[in-house]
Design a protein around this ligand. Structure first.
Ligand SMILES: Cc1cc2nc3c(=O)[nH]c(=O)nc-3n(C[C@H](O)[C@H](O)[C@H](O)COP(=O)(O)OP(=O)(O)OC[C@H]3O[C@@H](n4cnc5c(N)ncnc54)[C@H](O)[C@@H]3O)c2cc1C
Length: 377
């Protein structure tokens, strides 16, 4: 069986890798260079706290793959299981954390609940006015810049053909399979997997499966390098969206942070431009989480184009209308953690026709009885 994967972000390259390992003949088509969409812009958080609960089996499967990622890919992608700490500043945050921790336990996610004295002892300098925190010890981070190229190289070694600078302009379903037009010619296959990030919505709409997707960008920044002191990824339980800032320190010393409101991204360019005013909103919340950052220099800001569905869940699974067509796009700002698991599950589904990991809630068909969304340009 051969398959074309459209889009070379984390989802497409991971899927190409796992599909190739299952013996399928894979061609991955990427309009630019692999990893240059949402993936390269990611904060790199490998986080399970706060997820939609029925997504946890997929997140656990992905976390297991993160644990063996260097040997799977044959290179160091800076995965570190440093733990993920979420601080709490008010009663609303405490209630949200406690409700999530209780509900997540039967789904296999155990959170440690920390009193203020325990936070000070284990994480000195973090959350001095926090009234509590939750800690997920096996979560952490990896380097988003490395992920898609590393998966693409590993996929190529496993037999996949990776074609860059091949923008897909048209996909036709024929009796024998798919014909995919690009600026490098027409490619044909039995099966097709759409992993084109936000642009997956445009491709689904062309198959009469429109989905309500917005193109937004979380806003990120990085500081000058400092002595390496902060181990966990740090976030907050906050209902105030502006206060939802998170950060981590990379081993080279820079502190990467993001969160709060997102920027609008124009469909025509897909270029996610940062807003200096949002940085001004983020900084006081960052300093509350870690006061030592008050006098540190921010050296760069960036964002990236990410697809957000109206229910904040991705589209994943087979098409409801076209045999042989599959989707994995629209990961709503939380796809980095899921990436290896998405690639593995999609490969299993396509190669065997089934998967034990429940993904029914992410089916494209959930939108079929809704009023048609605004067209994606
Ligand atoms: C700023 C930011 C921070 C984030 N932080 C986190 C985080 O900390 N933790 C987390 O879990 N998630 C995070 N995310 C989300 C995560 O990065 C994404 O969900 C994930 O990278 C999506 O991967 P993807 O492969 O679906 O999309 P993309 O990486 O966007 O890849 C899609 C690819 O398809 C290609 N493409 C599009 N159209 C065509 C076409 N016509 N022909 C050929 N190729 C095409 C694009 O060029 C692109 O390379 C963040 C996202 C952003 C933007």
């Amino acid at each position: 069986m051969d398959i074309i994967v459209v889009g070379g972000g984390l989802m497409g390259t991971a899927a190409a890798f796992f599909l190739s390992r299952r013996g399928l003949r894979v061609t991955l088509l990427e309009r630019r260079f692999v990893g240059q969409g949402a993936t390269v812009a990611s904060f790199g958080n490998i986080r399970r706290q706060g997820r939609y609960l029925p997504q946890l089996p997929l997140a656990h499967r992905s976390r297991a793959l993160w644990g063996e990622i260097d040997s799977l890919l044959g290179e160091d992608v800076e995965f570190r299981a440093t733990g993920h700490l979420r601080l709490i500043h008010d009663q609303d945050g405490m209630e949200d954390m406690q409700a999530f921790a209780k509900a997540a336990k039967p789904w296999g996610l155990d959170l440690e609940m920390l009193e203020p004295a325990e936070i000070r002892r284990r994480f000195p300098g973090l959350g001095p006015d926090a009234i509590g925190a939750s800690f997920s010890p096996e979560d952490g981070s990896a380097n988003p810049r490395l992920m898609a190229p590393a998966f693409a190289r590993a996929a190529a070694r496993a037999g996949a053909r990776i074609v860059e600078q091949a923008e897909v302009t048209r996909i036709e379903r024929r009796a024998s399979g798919f014909a995919v037009e690009t600026c490098q010619g027409i490619f044909e296959s039995d099966q097709l997997l759409v992993t084109a990030g936000a642009w997956g919505a445009k491709m689904a709409a062309a198959f009469d499966e429109p989905v309500p997707l917005r193109l937004n960008g979380p806003q990120m920044a990085v500081t000058e390098p400092l002595p390496h002191r902060i181990l966990p990824v740090v976030g907050v339980w906050a209902r105030n969206h502006d206060a939802g800032v998170y950060f981590r320190q990379v081993e080279r010393g820079n502190v990467v942070f993001g969160g709060g409101r997102r920027v609008e991204v124009p469909w025509e360019t897909g270029f996610a431009k940062t807003d200096p005013q949002l940085l001004a909103v983020q900084l006081p919340h960052l300093v509350r989480l870690c006061p030592a950052l008050a006098h540190v220099q921010v050296i760069r800001t960036w964002s990236g184009p990410e697809g957000y569905l109206s229910d904040s869940l991705p589209v994943m699974g087979p098409s409801g209308k076209v045999p042989g067509l599959h989707y994995a796009f629209g990961f709503c700002g939380h796809g980095f953690q899921l990436g290896p698991g998405v690639g593995d599950v999609m490969a299993e589904l396509i190669a065997t026709g089934q998967t034990n990991t429940p993904i029914g809630d992410f089916s494209v068909t959930r939108f079929q009885d809704q009023p048609a969304p605004e067209p994606v340009h």
